[in-house]
Write a protein that binds this ligand. Sequence first.
Ligand code: C5P
Length: 422
Amino acid sequence: MVGQVMTQSLEGKRILLVVGGGIAAYKSLDLVRRLRERGARVRVVMTAAAREFVTPLAFTSLTNEKVSDDLFSATDEQEMGHIQLSREADLIVVAPATAHLLARAAQGLCDDLATTLLLATDKRALFAPAMNVRMWLAPATQRNVATLRQDGALFAGPDDGEMACGEYGPGRMSEPLEIVAAVEAAIKADTRLPLPVPRTDGPLSGRHVIVTSGPTHEAIDPVRYISNRSSGKQGHAIAAAAAAAGARVTLVSGPVTIADPRGCEVIHIESAREMFAAVEAALPADVFIGAAAVADWRVEAAAQKIKKEQGASAPSFALVENPDILASVARSPKRPRLVVGFAAETRDVIPHAREKLLRKGCDLIVANDVSEGSGVFGGDANEAHLVSHAGVESWPRMRKESVAERLVARLAERLAKSEAAE
Ligand code: C5P
């Protein structure tokens, strides 16, 4: 009788299957089939050792997807970067997870595509170990498993049984259907990695910090948009520095190509209005930092793609002003104690920053020169001036991460001072 799965328990779910180099790799072919039967979309990444056991072609035939195995492949990086590959999955399944693969994952090594994906992901990984019984019971392997569990990893198996090498005991990879059951359970529960608990002894411990970062995209029609050159590097660095200082951080990010910083709750938005709504929903907070390059204007987007018609004149757009998020937060009844804006200027940097401080109603402006040749937009360094009602503090040119750390240190001092003054 041909078995038929009636319910599509994994309908629309995306599974990234990392295949390690063990004899159990042949069982992963069946695992792919079982996952696909349940409606999952499966993408396979193989380690170099895995290819010694099963060919990529076998997986390609079963998944109808390209099998990836090269961290440095220019075409793969163009089509889909490793960050995106790990982020777009709902769950990463590592089967077979060899002792070596577990060790590399536990240590955070990333010397091939498989381990890089495991390090870059914000989703859980489900490991199905497969190895010789002695290797499984070795203290080093057990330590690695404990570390991975502590970091939020899930495990299916290993089972007891006779091994390919003739020994008997734990170490055999679980049967595909058992792994499928573990996948279903993981998908049902939340597959996102839990945010690390913020440290309690940092200068911003117990504080909530909201940061906006990156550009916004203002749709013209379903395929076109207006935007700017902001990379999000400075805003993301500030979010990371605030998290490292013990704050609970909500980062509202426009479309950027850099990774989410660790330890922050990241809300991805596209337009200024979405950014505004996300910020309002995240309030109250102790500190708001508007580092995003919010588009000042939008167009009323067309519902359908605007067609280029022969002989017709070019379309013209009426621009509508976007909400000013910084000014609104500064004047909100839920105003955070500290409101910090950015001023990207191409001339008269400090006078403009002073004017912005008053106009927007904030406590501090981080002003920088983004004129052509400054390399600030998209670059790794920034030359910033911290403008407050009391004066200006000019910092030398330094990495954006260092600007972020300095700013966070100043904010912690100000918060402590303003509380002491009450
Ligand atoms: O008005 P301008 O764009 O020069 O001000 C820059 C500052 O204001 C930045 O901190 C930016 O994040 C914030 N801003 C905003 N909402 C807007 C425009 C700018 O929050 N619509």
